[in-house]
Design a protein around this ligand. Structure first.
Ligand code: BGC
Length: 460
């Protein structure tokens, strides 16, 4: 009999999708992203509108997640619904979230709940958002209220989604609200967000001693355009340190490492303020030294020429598909935190309307996750971004990340092949040869390790 190969995941591994309130719920008109939209910042001119209509009917999509035999689902609470004006709580919104969480649990989908995923109430934005250190207390007050109201239904919290993206896009690059371009403000915002996580962590810990509490960072790799150039290497490593490792180091030890330590003072009460490391990974960029770009730490970033993803195949050229990157990130986080906590992939995904690249990309990324697990890294779950095509922030509806195709005009849902493949993986708790044969036979050798993907030298 022919021996069939298999990449097995550990028992109890969490499989699911990740989502966020503004991108899925619809009819959120009381936060700073809605205002940003009204000001005409969405590239495609699109509107979020009723989005995927989860405020009314999330449950019909939970059905899809259940059919894929997921056992977890990540969503976020919309702060602007729960506290629409400062200090006034909306119990009807809490009731709706209670129904949503109850319905997830009924389908054996463990709720993983984010308390801040890029959006915040207008009143909070008007008071300077996280650019004012004093506002951290307002966030923590909301966290206490929300957790107290929902703790019987959820025991896995993500305090803040991607502080490094919120700070960089909103305050250094001007791509997210409030659209500022001021690097030192961006750093201050990053520090305040990390401090806000710590405040939220202790508030939740007090209310729910056994909960799993963490936050997730967006990890992006930056590699030198020319690996033999000291200047390119220096610029790439500065970018990677500033974006990934210095914030991680600060959350671990309280102290920012180089280069952020030049401008940022230490955090208070940072060590031990998390139960897991949330890893969002999408892509890497190449970096070439450029003395004209001091604000970019002297590095010009670009997508690797000829890379998969840097071609007309994917929507918007969203970035290179680089599976080895997820392994490098996991290794790095593990090493830098001395393996002190379990890791969860809280996001990983690809925008690919035609679903030409996604099946193979998912398989190859998961093979890398499994490799990390086999090497002893305690990765406990994988949440795919995302279930449906959703409102992709500044890119509106043009970037299609869904396992399921979604038409924002008709609300129609059409599962892509990736959805059935993800279901088969979750059901088997493994990648099997049959799955690879069916969805991406061309990747058989890379996935089962006889080809170079698994053999590549890993620059950790
Ligand atoms: C964000 C998601 C977003 C995804 C794809 C992540 O950085 O958390 O909200 O949709 O990237 O761009």
């Amino acid at each position: 009999m022919v021996q069939r190969r298999i990449l097995q995941f550990p028992d109890g591994f969490l499989w699911g999708i990740a989502s966020s309130s503004y991108q899925y719920e619809g009819s959120n008109t009381n936060n700073q992203w809605y205002r940003w939209e009204q000001q005409g910042h969405i590239l495609s001119g699109d509107r979020c509108g009723v989005a995927n209509n989860w405020w009314e009917q999330a449950e019909r999509d939970f059905e899809l997640a259940e059919q894929m035999e997921n056992n977890a689902l990540r969503l976020s609470l919309e702060w602007s619904r729960i506290e629409p004006t400062e200090g006034r709580w909306n119990s009807a919104a809490v009731d709706r979230y209670r129904t949503i969480l109850t319905n997830l649990r009924r389908r054996h989908l463990k709720p993983i709940v984010t308390l801040h995923h890029f959006t915040e109430p207008l009143w909070f934005a008007e008071q300077g958002s996280f650019a004012r250190a004093a506002n951290v207390a307002l966030f923590v007050r909301y966290v206490k209220y929300a957790v107290e109201a929902l703790r019987d239904l959820c025991d896995f919290w993500v305090t803040i989604n991607e502080p490094n993206v919120y700070a960089t896009q909103g305050y250094a690059r001007g791509k997210f609200p409030p659209g500022e371009q001021d690097t030192s403000r961006a750093l201050l915002v990053l520090r305040n967000l990390l401090q806000a996580h710590i405040g939220a962590f202790y508030a939740i810990r007090h209310l729910q001693p056994t909960a799993q509490i963490g936050y997730c960072l967006h990890y992006r790799l930056f590699d030198p355009a020319n690996p033999f150039s000291l200047l390119d290497r220096g610029a790439a490593s500065m970018q990677e340190n500033a974006f990934n490792w210095s914030p991680l180091h600060a959350s671990e030890t309280g102290h920012f490492s180089f280069p952020l330590n030049i401008l940022l003072k230490s955090l208070t009460n940072a060590p031990s303020s998390r139960d897991y490391h949330g890893v969002n990974y999408y892509t890497r960029e190449m970096v070439r030294f450029d003395p004209r770009l001091p604000n970019e730490l002297f590095g010009r970033r670009f997508i690797c020429p000829g890379a998969i993803g840097n071609d007309p195949g994917l929507d918007n050229n969203f970035g290179e598909i680089y599976p080895l990157g997820i392994y490098r990130v996991l290794k790095n986080v593990y090493r830098r935190t001395r393996g002190n906590k379990p890791l969860y992939i809280t996001e990983n995904g690809f925008c690919d309307a035609l679903d030409n690249r996604r099946p193979r990309a998912i398989l190859e990324h998961l093979a890398m996750v499994q490799r990390a697990i086999m090497e002893g890294i305690p990765v406990r779950g994988y949440l795919h971004w995302s279930l449906l095509d959703n409102f992709e922030w500044n890119d509106g509806w043009s970037a299609r990340f869904g396992l399921v195709e979604f038409d924002s005009h008709t609300q129609q849902r059409i599962p892509r092949p990736s959805a059935s493949m993800f279901g088969e993986i979750c059901r088997a708790n493994a990648i099997t040869e049959t799955i690879v044969e069916r969805y991406a036979p061309e990747a058989m050798d890379t996935i089962f390790g006889t080809d170079d993907l698994a053999q590549q030298q890993v620059p950790v």
